[in-house]
Design a protein around this ligand. Structure first.
Ligand code: F0G
Length: 462
């Protein structure tokens, strides 16, 4: 018999514990959304059928992770669970000092409070919203230097998360090395469409940073997904394992921040890892103040265990092949039907291009917000706006259109199956058919920072 080469990429797991999803009627969703001030963040999760708000902390854990959690060491200081966590982080990243934090933004807070001050500039391909907020909270400027291709939703490029090296050099020339305490690179570039960064670009950013003596740090939330894209798309990496690729990627940097709620495959947790002894000592002092003793850093011993195991599972080839394919599967169906999305599809999410889909809604009347709410009303699906509500408010209080108005449909890891995705495609196509009827929105209440979490809006019905 000849060998069989299946075309179907199946979920690389079977399911032993299940959780019901919640069905609602259209009238219930209308009432729920209105009560939530038309802000999906303020909905009760029980009123959502398919929840694609985020891939952060929402995934399913493996039996091995649960086993580790049961066997955890909850000692306040020096717990064996910490040493397992530290060994896993060191094994994969190679960084000397591993500082646990309760999630990614806590690592950002410790880092930027320690290294940044007013007048400084932190370059990144694209800062995620919490990263930007922490940079700005320290008084520094968060500067996005993604390549021009990365800002054009339908332009196909294998590594749209790359940083513009000339713009980086220009920034160093004009700002001055002494006002740049670090250069960051976000892998994959979440706010830019979940797009990967090539190894060549990581190497180039590292070379510029070293030439000027500036620390180079990676925002590593989705390092495993980025490693898979390098394997698939970059010459010379096809035969390397995701682990080998991840190790090389980290080898060019001086440290990283990490939200273990993504490629740590955990429900909570994160870390800051750096090579510099002085920086680590300063960060640990602040950590004790804000997170806890440096061998738990805001996490339980069982969280440390879940991450120590999860980091390796995220690098499993069968998992990554299924993970990236399941996102592309939705993307392909939408592209085929003419729905404008960011292309190529990203690693953890499909990004709908609301500005292109809803030309009758001006960016300052929040087209992506409107699209996201329509997905909820029609199909009980919750995504998140990555657009003018999230990024439009400037530090001086004025309102500017964001560079793109997108709805991100982020996939929790190992959680939804193919029939959920088929349903999702049906909902999106229905909203697409009704797109001309989607209303613009206006803001009714907003907070001064990270306003999207608590904002209240109202549809403009003229
Ligand atoms: N950096 C990136 C690139 C992120 O995507 C996130 C979180 C963080 C930092 C902060 O990590 O949430 O653990 O504090 N992103 C989530 C999301 C919230 O939905 O994309 P955190």
């Amino acid at each position: 018999m000849r060998d069989f080469q299946p075309k179907t990429i199946i979920e690389p797991f079977r399911i032993r514990s299940v959780e019901p999803v919640h069905f609602t009627t259209r009238a219930q969703r209308e009432a729920a959304l209105q009560a939530a001030g038309y802000n999906p963040f303020l909905l009760r999760a029980d009123d959502v059928l398919i929840d694609l708000l985020t891939d952060s902390g929402t995934g399913a854990m493996s039996s091995r992770q649960w086993a580790g959690m049961i066997a955890s060491d909850e000692s306040y200081a020096g717990a064996s669970s910490f040493y397992r966590f530290e060994a896993a982080v060191r094994d994969i990243t190679g960084f000397k000092h591993v500082i646990p934090t309760h999630q990614g933004r806590a690592a950002e807070n410790i880092l930027f409070t320690t290294i940044a001050k007013p007048g400084d500039v932190i370059p990144n391909n694209t800062h995620f919203d919490t990263t930007r907020a922490h940079v700005e909270h320290s008084g520094a400027e968060a500067r996005d230097l993604v390549i021009a291709e990365g800002r054009q939703p339908r332009l196909i490029h294998p590594f749209k998360g790359n940083m513009n090296i000339e713009a980086l050099e220009e920034t160093i020339r004009t700002v001055g090395r002494e006002r740049i305490p670090a250069i960051m690179l976000t892998v994959t570039n979440n706010s830019g469409g979940g797009q990967p960064v090539s190894m060549a670009n990581v190497r180039a950013v590292s070379a510029v940073a070293r030439q000027h003596g500036i620390p180079f740090l990676i925002d590593a939330c989705r390092f495993a997904e980025n490693s898979w894209f390098i394997k698939m798309r970059e010459e010379g990496y096809a035969d390397k394992t995701p682990m080998e690729i991840a190790k090389e990627l980290f080898s060019y940097a001086d440290g990283c921040t990490m939200s273990a709620k993504k490629d740590g495959m955990a429900n909570i947790g994160g870390f800051l890892a750096v090579n510099d002894d002085d920086l680590a000592a300063q960060c640990r002092n602040l950590e004790i103040l804000t997170e806890g003793f440096p061998t738990y850093g805001g996490m339980a011993g069982y969280d440390l265990e879940a991450i120590a195991q999860g980091l390796y599972e995220a690098l499993d080839e069968n998992y990554l092949r299924y993970r990236i394919r399941s996102i592309a599967y939705l993307g392909d169906r939408l592209i085929e039907a003419g729905v404008p999305i960011v292309q190529p599809t990203g690693g953890h999410a499909v990004y709908l291009d609301a500005r292109a889909m809803l030309p009758h809604i001006a960016p300052t009347q929040y087209p992506a917000w409107s699209l996201n709410n329509a997905l909820y009303l029609i199909g009980g699906v919750r995504g998140v706006e990555i657009g003018t509500v999230m990024f439009g408010m400037q530090p001086d209080g004025t309102e500017q259109p964001a560079s793109m108005d997108l709805v991100r449909l982020a996939f929790p890891r190992r959680t939804y199956t193919q029939s959920h995705v088929d349903y999702l495609a049906e909902v999106i196509l229905e909203v697409f058919a009704q797109r001309a009827e989607l209303p613009p929105y206006k803001i009714v209440y907003q907070a001064p920072v990270l306003r999207h979490f608590t904002i209240r809006l109202a549809p403009i019905t003229s």
